[in-house]
Write a protein that binds this ligand. Structure first.
Ligand code: G1P
Length: 316
């Protein structure tokens, strides 16, 4: 189901200058798709009325970490795949004129500049996924806005932290070499393989693999390896035809992993074991780890927060 009539492209914003492009300079990929239509049941009740992608980590919502990684990787067009009740995400990348006027009146140029930095960091557009038919279906909803060009997919639940070399920039360097889809992978503990898409691979060089097969959420016995798909992909537009042909799979949903498996029949696909620390912010534990560890990295917070943590641990 293509929802052209539901496409609400945000007004083109002043071309946002990425603050710092780390390592993704040589590619011609511009677009980043963020499937963000899920209900966030693992984080209830926090997500009862608020999109899980708007949960705060330190001082910014989860979705902003992904968008900052996209910008740091040289991408300039953000496509949010959202659902009813989740428009707070679009609002976050826009600044209401009334707020601008208020801050101007107060002469608060510092806050004004900080707000402006968010809504000019990239051009943001949104498209709706009306039914929860799965990750593959969500990506397919972005087709009218992606068109016939390569694009990246970010699953916003996953923060992948590498301040020196953004995870997507690492994947894009592999894409530049092979011009084929590239999937981010990490080794998962054996008992956790059924949470992920798992790959069968042949190693090409350190950290780089040619994908031979893939299976979404296998049992421990069925898993072909412990190499798990994490929430970053560089994809080519032929994935949309594959998604069109993909029947419902694990959980009765249209799975991106199944579409990539179909694509594998005609296109080589690579997997890259990125360098970075991943936090699964869709789970309570992962969310708390992200909050603590990212706060400890912040020069403005680290010293006092470390003291507060040590104090809390002594008293616990
Ligand atoms: C999705 C993908 C899965 C991947 C995982 C990473 O699953 O379908 O292949 O391993 O993200 O977080 P989900 O967590 O949405 O069920």
């Amino acid at each position: 189901m293509v929802v052209n009539d539901a496409v609400r492209a945000a007004e083109p914003r002043a071309a946002g200058k990425p603050a710092r492009v780390v390592g993704g300079e040589g590619h011609d990929v511009r677009k980043a798709v963020f499937p963000a239509a899920g209900l966030g049941t693992r984080m209830l009740p926090a997500t009862k009325a608020m999109p899980k992608e708007m949960l705060n980590v330190v001082d910014r919502p989860l979705i902003q970490y992904g968008v900052e990684e996209a910008v740091a990787s040289g991408l300039s067009q953000i496509i949010l795949v959202t659902a009813a009740g989740k428009s707070a995400m679009e609002d976050h990348f826009d600044t209401p004129a009334a707020l601008v006027r208020l801050l101007q009146k107060k002469g608060d140029t510092k806050t004004l500049a900080a707000m402006h930095a968010i809504d000019t960091m990239a051009q943001v557009a949104a498209v709706r996924q009306r039914e929860a038919h799965g990750l593959g279906h969500a990506v397919l909803m972005a087709r009218p806005l992606v068109g016939d060009e390569p694009f990246c997919v970010f699953l916003p639940d996953d923060i992948i932290d590498n301040p020196e070399d953004a995870c997507m920039a690492q994947l894009l360097r592999v894409y530049e070499r092979y011009r084929c889809p590239v999937i981010a992978v990490e080794r998962a503990p054996r008992e956790d393989v059924s949470k992920y898409g798992i790959l069968a691979v042949q190693q090409v060089e350190p950290r780089l693999y040619r994908v031979e097969d893939m299976v979404e959420k296998p049992s421990v016995a069925e898993a072909p390896s412990d190499l798990a798909i994490m929430g970053r992909y560089v994809l080519t537009p032929d994935v949309f035809d594959a998604l069109d042909r993909t029947p419902p799979g694990a959980g009765g949903k249209i799975q991106l992993t199944d579409a990539l498996r179909l694509l594998l029949e005609t296109t080589p696909i690579y997997a890259y074991e990125y360098v970075g620390r991943r936090y699964d912010c869709g789970s309570k534990l992962g969310y708390l780890q992200a909050t603590v560890e990212l706060a400890l990295q912040r020069p403005d917070l680290a010293h006092d927060f470390r003291g507060a943590l040590e104090d809390a641990l002594r008293r616990a």
